[in-house]
Design a protein around this ligand. Structure first.
Ligand code: NAD
Ligand code: MG
Ligand code: MG
Ligand code: MG
Ligand code: MG
Length: 340
C-alpha cells in the first residue's frame, strides 16, 4: 500500500516560516499562490515583464516581481512555468540566486527526471504535484476541500525536506484530500504515460475515431457528437464515483453486455502493446527529447498538430451544439473557445 499523508501529518508553521516565490501564474501558479497566501504564507509571484498574468495576480492582492527578484527574496521557489520553459528560466533567473538552504519545488518532475535542470548542492529538491487541473485545485481549496497531491523529495540536503514538502502540500489543501508518497521518476513517467495513453491522447483519439466511424457511415454529426463525446462525461462521473463497476451498474444491461463483448475488440492486445511502446519512449527520454527539440526550434510540430486538431469536424459540430446547451457552462475564466 502506498504511503499516504493527511493534514494531521503536516505542520503548517513550517511553510509559514519560509519566504516563498511562485514562478508563473497560470493554471497551477494562480492556485498555489492564492492558497498559500490564504494559508498565511509569505508569497510573491515571479513573472516576466509584460506577462499577461501580471495584472491578474496584482488584482488578487499578490505582490508580483521579476523571476530573478522573487528567487532572490525567497528561500523556497516553486517552479510553475511551462515545462519546456523551465530549464531556460532556471539558468537565467533561478540558479544565479540560489543559496545553500533554499528549496526548489516542482509540480511535475520532467526537468529533473530528464536532466534538464541540475540543482546545486545544499538545495532541497521537492515535488508537490496536484492530481488535477489548477483551476480545480483552487476551487476545492476555497470550498474547504482539496485535490489529492503526490509528494516527493529528490534531494534532502537540509534534512528538513519532508516536513517542508508536506507543509506546502497542506497549505494548498492537498492533504485534506490526501497525499501519496512517490519519487520524481515515478511521478514523471506515470504522469506522462497517463496523459498520453489514457487521459488526453487515448481519450481524444477514441472519441475522434468513434465520431468518424459514425459520420463516415452516414449518421448525423450532431447525433455522433452526443454519443461519442457529450455522454462521455456522464460515464466518467460514474467511474469517478464508484469505479468501472458503478458505471456498469448504472447503464442498461444491453450497454453492459456490449461493454464486455465489444470493448476488448476495440482496445485489444495490439493497443496494449502500443501503450507499452509509448511507455518505453517516455522511460528512454525519447518523448522528452522530441518535445524539447521541437520547442527549441519554435514548436513547428506542436503548432501544426494543434492546428490540425482544431480543424477536425467534431469541433465545429461541438461548438454549434454547446451554443444551444445553456446548462453546459465552463468553470474556467481563462479558456476561450476556439483559441489555443
Ligand atoms: P501554464 O501554461 O498554465 O502557466 C504557465 C505560467 O508561467 C504563465 O503564467 C506564464 O505567463 C508563466 N511563464 C511562462 N514563461 C515564463 C518565464 N520565462 N518566466 C516566468 N514565468 C513564465 O502552466 P501549468 O499548466 O500551470 O504548468 C505549470 C507546471 O505545473 C508544469 O510543470 C506542469 O507540468 C505542472 N502541472 C500542471 C497541471 C495543470 O493543471 N495544468 C497539473 C499538474 C502539474
Ligand atoms: Mg533567495
Ligand atoms: Mg502532466
Ligand atoms: Mg446510449
Ligand atoms: Mg495549455
Amino acid at each position: 500500500m502506498a504511503q499516504m499523508f493527511y493534514d494531521s501529518d503536516a505542520d503548517l508553521s513550517v511553510i509559514q516560516g519560509r519566504v516563498v516565490a511562485v514562478i508563473g501564474y497560470g493554471s497551477q501558479g494562480h492556485a498555489h499562490a492564492l492558497s498559500l497566501r490564504d494559508s498565511g504564507v509569505d508569497v510573491r509571484v515571479g513573472l516576466r515583464e509584460g506577462s499577461k498574468s501580471w495584472a491578474k495576480a496584482e488584482a488578487e492582492g499578490l505582490r508580483v516581481v521579476s523571476p530573478a527578484q522573487a528567487v532572490e527574496e525567497a528561500n523556497l521557489i516553486m517552479v510553475l512555468a511551462p515545462d519546456q520553459v523551465q530549464r531556460h528560466l532556471y539558468k537565467e533567473s533561478i540558479e544565479p540566486h540560489l543559496v545553500a538552504g533554499d528549496a526548489l519545488f516542482f509540480a511535475h518532475g520532467f526537468n529533473i527526471r530528464f536532466g534538464y535542470v541540475t540543482p546545486p548542492p545544499g538545495v532541497d529538491v521537492c515535488m508537490v504535484a496536484p492530481k488535477g487541473p489548477g483551476h480545480l485545485v483552487r476551487r476545492e481549496y476555497s470550498e474547504g476541500r482539496g485535490v489529492p497531491v503526490i509528494v516527493a523529495v529528490e534531494k534532502d540536503e537540509t534534512g528538513n525536506a519532508w516536513p517542508l514538502a508536506l507543509s506546502y502540500a497542506k497549505a494548498i489543501g492537498g492533504l485534506r484530500a490526501g497525499g501519496i508518497k512517490t519519487t520524481f521518476t515515478e511521478e514523471t513517467e506515470t504522469d506522462l504515460f497517463g496523459e498520453q495513453a489514457v487521459l488526453c491522447g487515448g481519450t481524444s483519439a477514441l472519441v475522434t475515431a468513434g465520431f468518424e466511424v459514425l459520420t463516415e457511415a452516414g449518421y448525423q454529426p450532431e447525433v455522433a457528437y452526443f454519443e461519442c463525446l457529450h455522454e462521455l462525461k456522464l460515464i466518467v462521473d460514474l467511474m469517478y464515483e464508484g469505479g468501472i463497476a458503478k458505471q456498469r451498474w448504472s447503464v442498461s444491461d444491453t450497454a453492459e453486455f456490449g461493454d464486455y463483448v465489444s470493448g476488448p475488440r476495440v482496445i485489444d492486445a495490439s493497443v496494449k502493446q502500443r501503450m507499452k511502446d509509448v511507455l518505453a519512449d517516455i522511460q528512454s527520454g525519447a518523448f522528452a527529447k522530441r518535445f524539447i527539440d521541437d520547442q527549441d526550434a519554435g514548436a513547428p510540430e506542436f503548432k501544426a498538430l494543434r492546428a490540425k486538431g482544431e480543424q477536425h469536424p467534431i469541433e465545429a459540430t461541438g461548438r454549434k451544439l454547446r451554443g444551444l446547451m445553456s446548462w453546459v457552462k465552463s468553470h474556467d475564466d481563462d479558456y476561450v473557445e476556439g483559441t489555443a
